[in-house]
Each structure stands twice: as C-alpha cells, then as structure tokens.
Design a protein around this ligand. Structure first.
Ligand SMILES: Cc1cc2nc3c(=O)[nH]c(=O)nc-3n(C[C@H](O)[C@H](O)[C@H](O)COP(=O)(O)OP(=O)(O)OC[C@H]3O[C@@H](n4cnc5c(N)ncnc54)[C@H](O)[C@@H]3O)c2cc1C
Length: 399
C-alpha cells in the first residue's frame, strides 16, 4: 500500500506517539507540549529511567536547548560546572587542555557535568508535571501502516495502539523505528569496550573542575567531576567483540588493565561499587540520510548514533527534540516537517559522527610508534583553535 504523503496533514490535535523515554524522547515531548501539542504519549520498555552511560556533559549547546524549555536552572542544580578538558599520558605527562569556559563563552551558555540517571529522572518529573503521559513497561515490537489515516504500534504484551505521528527515539542498538524507516538496523561495532562507572566518595577528589582524559596505547581512562565528591568515569580498551573478561569482576579486570596508570585512576576504580560499573561494547551507525517514512520519524541515537568520543550523543538528541518541535509548530504537512527537520540536522550530526570515529581510531590505535607520535602532536596542539572548532560545530543551527 502506498500512502498519499500530501494527505498527511499535521494538526495540533494529532495523536503523537514517542517510542523511547530516554533523553531525546523526553526533551522532544516537553518541547512539543510547550508548543501546544497536548496529545502526546511516550512508550518506554523499561520500568524506570535507565541510561546507557553513567554521566554526560551537557555542553553549552544542550544548555541552549534547555534554556529555551525553561529547564536550565534544573540542570544547574544537578550538575557541576567545568573549567578545562585536560589530556595526560598514561604515565601522568601533561599534554595540554581545552578551556571549557571559552567554549561556554563562545556558545553563550554554561556546560554542566551531570549523572545521566539524575538528569533523566528530572526530565521525567518535568514531563509528568506538564501532563505528558509516560507508559512504562511497554515494549514496542512493530510498527504497521494503517492506510493513509494513521499507524499502529504493536507491543510485546499483544496490545496495539493507533498514532497519527510516530517519533522513534528508541536508541542505537535495536531501534524498531529505524527498522521501519530504513528497513535495517545494523549498528557497527567499533572495536573497543567501555567500562563506565559513577562514584560518590566520602573524601574530595583532587581534580577541581577539570575533566581528566588519560591516553594509553589502545586504552583510555577519563574522569569527569560532577562535584567535589562525585565523579563519573570511563575506562576503554581496544578489544574484539567476542572478547570476555579475564578476571572475575569488571573491577578486577579494570584494575588489571590500568595497573600501571596514575594512582587517582586506581583509587576511582577501587572506590566505585561493583553494581555501579557497566561494561559496554561500543557501536555506532553509518550516517544514513533517511530519517523518516510515512508517519514515522527518527530522533536521537535512533537517527544518528555517534561514538562516546563525540561527547555529544545526549546533546544532539536534545537538539533533535527542539528542532523537530519547531518544525511541527511551523509547518502544516508531515512531509514538510520531516524534510525540514532532517535538512537542519543531518549535516551537523554526520560531522559529529565522523569526527568521533576519527578521534576513536587514534585513541584506540594499538601501535606504540603511532601513539608516541600522537601524544607529541597533542603537546603542540593549538587548544584555542580546538575550542573554536568545537564552538563552530556545536553552535551550528542554534538560532
Ligand atoms: C558508553 C557510553 C558512554 C556515553 N557517554 C556519553 C557522554 O559522555 N556524553 C553524551 O552526550 N553522550 C554519551 N553517550 C551517548 C548518549 O548516552 C546517547 O547518545 C543518548 O542517551 C541518546 O539518547 P536517546 O534518547 O536517543 O537514546 P537512549 O538514551 O538510548 O534512549 C532510548 C530509550 O528507548 C527505550 N526503548 C528502546 N527500544 C524500545 C522499544 N522497542 N519500546 C519501547 N522503548 C524502547 C530504551 O529503553 C531507552 O529508554 C554515551 C553512550 C555510551 C554507549
């Protein structure tokens, strides 16, 4: 059956269904509701907020979006301001740093480090306050066209629901919406594993407001302060996908990998509770310029999952939510809305995905000679120019 796209008229009474109550889905729902769309439901497969990472930096571009939605004060209460993004070798040699205050000035908003779970709970609370319906424990298993009128979502429990507009914010790994839109969903393993953790310590962490990024050879350890006593971190290593831990626990594995690294790293690993450490094989997607089909449109990781080396996954999901809501408020047919949204978002998210891959291929290169040369280049890098590059890319289309 071929739908007559011209007949798909957008109106404020449309039933809007969002698959996925992660950061992207929640921000999009809040933005739409604030623009007068009242008929919004989020279907989330999990019982409560749960996130893929431990924490993230809501960079100034995310703060731009949150300010538009009146949510920036809430982020400021949960998060910590940052001064510098410092690079070090695994032996504690300083390689230089990007001034985060410059990025903030350049984009015009503050950046904050925040626990992903806290931030997601905050968004859920705001969505509830605005009257957005979040249906937990509802796993979508299929999307079907129902003629030109609307679509059906089918759920794992056998039930189904109708929707005039479907926003697929169902993440990077197994997006049902991506399968519907692009007819495939093949995340690509990028040959490294992240162990992420979050630590609340009784003793202050000696890192002030600086992000510490340690580079080894095929290995990396990053620590991000949320406040004096709370940090989130990621230990990463180039490994084949079928590789299994050689130690009994993730903590033991990490202590083994980072045994000869600076003391702070070992302290952070040792003090983190086992249940707060997650092992995550890292996948992304090739950029694909088909973000919508019929009534279904992709958003966040489902549309453009970039590697964690971009530092921008959550921020870009928020930008998507804002821009999609803007187009829905301004235009009157779904094809117009979805085309305009994709036009604004595709180039920026593609640039972020590609630069994250380039950075990862340098960080997770396992050849000593390459790593030595890379570190030497880092020592002589013009970090002001790097900051300006980030400002240029991250502030694109934020007007
Ligand atoms: C190890 C790691 C570290 C990261 N670190 C950072 C970082 O420092 N900074 C940063 O900005 N980004 C980071 N990211 C990326 C960031 O987590 C994602 O880009 C961001 O969460 C995307 O938000 P989203 O809403 O699109 O998807 P998600 O947060 O993945 O949310 C998708 C939601 O959809 C739900 N869902 C999925 N399938 C279904 C279904 N069939 N039915 C119903 N619900 C469904 C899921 O349960 C989930 O709640 C990291 C990612 C990884 C893997």
């Amino acid at each position: 059956m071929i739908l007559d796209l011209k007949a798909i008229i957008m109106d404020i009474e449309s039933k809007i269904t969002i698959i996925g109550g992660g950061i992207g889905g929640l921000v999009c729902a809040i933005a739409l509701q604030q623009k007068g769309f009242n008929n919004i439901q989020i279907f989330e497969r999990r019982t409560e907020a749960q996130s893929i990472g431990a924490g993230f930096v809501a960079w100034a571009n995310a703060s731009w979006v949150l300010n538009k939605l009146g949510l920036l004060d809430g982020l400021a209460k949960l998060g910590g301001r940052l001064k510098q993004m410092q690079r070090w070798t695994d032996q504690g040699e300083y390689l230089g740093g990007v001034d985060i205050t410059k990025i903030d000035q350049g984009i015009g908003y503050p950046s904050y480090a925040v626990s992903q779970a806290d931030f997601q709970q905050f968004l859920q609370h705001k969505a509830n306050e605005q009257g957005i319906v979040i249906r937990n424990n509802q796993c979508v298993i299929d999307i079907e066209d129902n003629g030109p009128e609307n679509s059906f979502l089918r759920f794992e429990d056998g039930s189904k629901t109708e929707a005039d507009i479907v926003i697929g914010a169902d993440g990077r790994m197994n997006s049902i919406a991506r399968k519907y839109v692009q007819k495939e969903n093949k995340p690509i393993y990028q040959n490294y594993i992240n162990w992420v953790g979050i630590l609340e310590s009784d003793n202050p962490m000696p890192i002030e407001n600086n992000v510490l990024d340690y580079w080894g050879c095929g290995t990396r350890f990053g620590i991000v302060p949320i406040n004096k006593y709370k940090v989130y971190w990621a230990g990463c290593k180039a490994l084949l996908l079928n590789n299994v831990n050689t130690a009994d626990t993730d903590k033991q594995e990490l202590l083994h990998i980072f045994n000869n690294w600076p003391t702070l790293i070992k302290r952070v690993i040792k003090e983190t509770q086992d249940q707060n450490i997650k092992r995550i094989p890292i996948f992304d997607h090739n950029p694909n310029p088909n973000w919508f089909r019929n009534r279904v449109c992709l958003l966040g990781d489902a549309a453009h999952a970039s590697l964690p080396t971009s530092g921008q996954g959550a921020c870009q999901a928020m930008e998507d939510g804002w821009h999609l809501s803007e187009q829905m408020a301004a235009l009157s047919t779904l094809p117009e809305v979805f085309n305009a949204y994709q036009d604004i978002r595709f180039e920026k998210t593609t640039a972020i995905t590609i630069s994250a891959r380039e950075f990862a291929s340098s960080l997770f290169n396992t050849q000593e000679a390459f790593c030595l040369k890379r570190n030497n280049i880092a020592k002589f890098t013009d970090y002001e120019k790097s900051a300006n590059g980030m400002i240029g890319l991250w502030s694109k289309n934020l007007k």
